[in-house]
Design a protein around this ligand. Structure first.
Ligand code: BDR
Ligand code: CA
Length: 306
């Protein structure tokens, strides 16, 4: 059983990842969710996280995290996720409320009190995780490991050089990739291979009716349109790769490399610079995925959701 702290900037693929984690009850225990600034501002990612958590029956606490990156100005990904961050979905009245107090402090205490047991999963800019690492000297070494979505060994998607989660807080990403803890990263090199195409969409439509099916399909109506308009492609399952990995690590192939993040150059700000393959490096970069297995994990989770 993987015990995770899940840090999210809830847009559409984050929402799918949260639902996937909720459905994989035998494999993953979500100890808590932390909403962070990223795809949209913190007030919206928090609202979206609370709505999704309630809709998929996650009873864990939901906290707020950082409302801005460590040093740079805020950036957003509204083109892909809409003004609310989760356009296309209307949620009913909600009972779930955020926990009072900052999620960063809660995460630090949880990890220090359970050394070696908790995986920190970050699928937005890594600001909260970087603050945890810098705030307490024992935090990083008390983690089981770190799993993130972000980076690219080739081109970026936010700029020519930078992937969005790294672009959102390059200084934080440099801290996370070099904390001394093992980082499992899902860069664009692998996440761009996981496309929710027409065939998968049809498979979802053929599944038995459920509240989650309705939610997912309404969410996808907007997300598919936004991806076709802005990217000329069906949506990529960036953030869900982290959850699929935790449920079944063997479906991904990795290369072990050192990663640094460009934080000085105007032209390539946020670029992930990778070393040669190196057995002693601390970062495992996803490079390939068994797509059949990925979708098996996805549908297994989907069928567990009401
Ligand atoms: C990342 O950017 C965000 O828009 C997605 O949620 C994902 O975390 C992909 O580059
Ligand atoms: Ca995200």
């Amino acid at each position: 059983m993987e015990k995770i702290i899940f840090d999210v900037d809830t847009g559409h693929d984050d929402a799918i990842a949260i639902a996937m984690a909720a459905g994989l009850k035998d494999e993953i225990e979500v100890l808590g969710l932390i909403a962070t600034n990223g795809n949209v501002s913190l007030d919206r990612t928090l609202e979206n996280t609370l709505n999704v958590a309630e809709a998929v029956g996650l009873e864990c606490p939901v906290f707020y995290g950082s409302d801005k990156p460590l040093l740079r100005d805020r950036v957003a990904a509204g083109d892909f996720h809409g003004k609310s961050g989760l356009d296309g979905v209307t949620f009913g009245p909600r009972k779930k409320q955020e926990c009072k107090g900052n999620g960063i402090l809660w995460a630090i205490n949880s990890v220090l009190n359970n050394p070696g047991e908790i995986t920190f999963v970050s699928v937005g800019p890594y600001t909260d995780l970087a603050i945890c690492i810098k705030a307490h000297p024992d935090f990083a070494k008390s983690l089981k490991r770190i799993v993130v979505m972000g980076g690219s060994m080739g081109r970026g998607n936010a700029t020519d050089s930078a992937e969005f989660n790294i672009w959102g807080d390059p200084e934080a990403a440099e801290i996370v990739f070099n904390s001394g803890v093992e980082v499992v990263a899902m860069p664009l090199d692998v996440t761009l291979k996981v496309v929710l195409d027409e065939k998968i969409l049809e498979q979802i439509r053929c599944e038995k009716e459920s509240e989650y099916k309705k939610l997912l399909l309404s969410q996808l109506t907007f997300y598919i349109k936004a991806n076709l308009e802005n990217n000329n492609s069906m949506p990529h399952m960036h953030d869900p790769c982290t959850i699929a990995y935790l449920a079944k690590p063997s479906i991904f192939k990795f290369e072990r490399r050192n990663v640094h993040v460009e934080t000085k150059s105007q032209l390539t700000y946020g670029r992930t610079v990778t070393s040669e393959i190196d057995d002693n490096a601390k970062v495992l970069l996803g490079v390939d995925v068994d797509l059949n297995e990925f979708w098996n994990v996805f549908f297994k989770s989907f069928r567990n959701l009401k």
